[in-house]
Design a protein around this ligand. Structure first.
Ligand code: SF4
Length: 100
């Protein structure tokens, strides 16, 4: 899936509101469990890395999912795209979730 929009700028896979992970997992509660907080402080090296990553943006992320969602096809997400956001800053939830 190439169209993942993610509002969690604090995740290390987030580049310009896109997801650069090769694979993510979404839990039964429709939370993205692949979220990894960025570590360290912002340095000039880090900023350069972010710029380079932008040109490599068509990451085809595999989305494994356990949620009881209409887009869930045998443990994989079949939606064209998903949006991930944090509702309370403590978890990364899939907003595209539609209960079966
Ligand atoms: S849209 Fe549904 S199937 Fe796809 S990742 Fe979100 S909760 Fe899982």
């Amino acid at each position: 899936m190439k169209d993942i929009k993610c509002g969690l700028k604090t995740c290390k896979f987030n580049k310009g509101y896109g997801c650069t992970a090769k694979q993510i997992s979404v839990s039964k509660n429709a939370d993205c469990t692949t979220y990894v907080a960025k570590s360290g402080t912002r340095t000039s090296d880090f900023e350069a890395g972010t710029d380079f990553a932008k040109s490599n943006f068509s990451v085809d992320t595999a989305v494994g999912c356990q949620a009881d969602c209409v887009f869930n096809k045998q443990g994989s997400c079949a939606a064209v795209g998903i949006t991930v956001m944090s509702e309370d800053s403590s978890n990364a939830g899939c907003l595209t979730f539609l209960k079966k």
